[in-house]
Design a protein around this ligand. Structure first.
Ligand code: PLP
Length: 439
């Protein structure tokens, strides 16, 4: 006889992200609408809560958004999937055109991938193919930042932080890349990111030295601009980004901006590279691309990179997933990006930023709290030690908010459609949960 609750049936059957088969029982979702989740705990308790996670930072327009629901329905009534080899369709072309327009036309070529990690794989392959195409076939490694996160597939893992990315679990599989120290921290002061000039200058010195030493083997530099997300919610100085852009150009390296977390307004700029006024050679987007509805990511590149590939031995970018440019995913992404602009994401993100700054301020006086930081629609509370994740999750639910802390961080990445009251509830729930569990 099978147990009746979903949580009990899930136990030992399903792996959850980074969790053991016999890990803590998950909460069951019965419904999701707007910014709210209807959850049930393993003990049967029911919670109607605001979602401070946007389902891992994707669900920017909220659950069951009528515009996105309608876009999907329309595409289902047309066709749900066709192969992309030899075929094309309106959702892919329209979405690609829209993405190129959002980059101001500076990155005119688009490759659709099925997830963020795959977009990173494709970006790394493209950079290596580019270097070979311009006569530098020995350049096959990358420079990455400590504290970075770029995905879980083997190629992407290689450029994640070597310690947090658990490289030691896969010796021989994960490639050996070069790493720079985490760029110096920056804080948001009156709308500007402020950091210590001397620290930034010293960091740039290290960057220049490392690139000069390894130039002959480096294909590119990969980074999350301004905000390192899953690697620890670290905000850093735009001056470091400008230096990465300059040094990459000086040494013939491609600059890869992984905006899978930061893209589409999350940091208060459309793309986080806008904080530094730079354009990467390669851009990866994902997560919020479909408004959180389906798995889709994209890689865009410059005209120069595109034409080098076209003139190369292979002429093609050597990748082609089965579900490439899935029409349902492209249709909902196109509608989501249209809605992003139509709903005025700047004002939405600014409202979330103000709300988080106000609601999280009281956390600074808790004894367990080391630092509070807010940037755009992101607010993080760093504790002095690791978070008791199950206890803070439960306390959050009891205070009306769904949280998924990690390491020493309790954070919020609210949906952009959150009202002032929603954001206040998220922030208050976070502070109350931290206070209840950690003091
Ligand atoms: C989430 C994330 C990825 C990986 O995306 P998936 O869709 O989970 O494969 C890559 N880079 C960054 C910066 C991310 O935040």
């Amino acid at each position: 006889m099978r147990p009746t609750s979903l949580a009990a049936r899930d136990a030992g059957l399903l792996w959850h992200p980074y969790a053991p088969l016999d890990g803590p029982a998950p909460y069951t979702v019965h419904g999701a609408s707007g910014v709210r989740l209807d959850l049930q705990g393993p003990d049967g308790a029911r919670y109607d809560v605001v979602d401070a996670m946007s389902s891992w930072w994707c669900m920017v327009h909220g659950y069951r958004n009528p515009v996105l629901d309608e876009a999907l329905r329309r595409q289902i009534d047309t066709f749900s999937h066709v192969m992309f080899g030899g075929l094309t369709h309106a959702p892919a072309v329209k979405l690609a055109e829209r993405l190129v327009d959002l980059t101001g036309g500076k990155l005119p070529h688009v490759f659709f991938a099925d997830s963020g990690s795959v977009a990173v794989e494709v970006a790394l392959k493209l950079a290596v193919q580019y270097q070979a195409a311009v006569g530098r076939p020995r350049r096959q490694r990358f420079l990455a930042l400590r504290g970075g996160y770029h995905g879980d597939t083997i190629g992407a893992m290689g450029v994640c932080d070597p310690v947090d990315g658990m490289h030691s679990a896969f010796p021989g599989l994960v490639a050996e890349h070069e790493f720079l120290p985490r760029p110096p921290a920056a804080t948001l002061v009156d709308g500007a990111l402020v950091s210590d000039d001397a620290e930034v200058a010293a960091w740039i010195g290290v960057l220049e030295a490392v690139v000069a030493r390894h130039e002959g083997t480096l294909a590119g530099i990969i980074m999350e601009p301004v905000l390192q997300g899953a690697g620890g919610m670290h905000i850093y100085a735009p001056a470091c980004l400008r230096a990465l852009r300059r040094v990459a150009s000086e040494h013939g390296l491609l600059l890869i901006a992984d905006e899978i977390a930061t893209g589409f307004g999350r940091t208060g700029r459309l793309f986080a590279t806008d904080w530094a006024g730079i354009t990467p050679d390669i851009l990866c987007v994902g997560k919020a691309l479909t408004g959180g509805y389906l798995s889709l990511a994209a890689m865009l590149c410059s005209a120069e990179v595109g034409s080098a590939i076209s003139a190369s031995e292979f002429r093609a970018l050597l990748h082609g997933p089965t579900f490439m440019a899935n029409p349902l995913a492209c249709a909902v992404a196109d509608a989501s990006l249209e809605l992003l602009v139509a709903s005025g994401w700047q004002a939405q993100v600014a409202r979330v930023e103000r709300g988080l700054a106000a609601a999280l301020a009281p956390a600074s006086s808790l004894s367990s709290v080391k630092e509070v930081s807010v940037l755009g629609a992101t607010g993080a509370v760093q504790l002095h030690g690791p978070v008791d994740v199950p206890a803070v999750t439960r306390a959050g639910l009891e205070h009306g908010v769904w949280l998924r802390p990690f390491r020493d961080l309790v954070y919020a990445m609210p949906p952009y459609v959150s009202t002032e009251a929603d954001v206040a509830a998220m922030g208050a729930g976070m502070v109350a949960a931290i206070a209840a569990v950690h003091g």
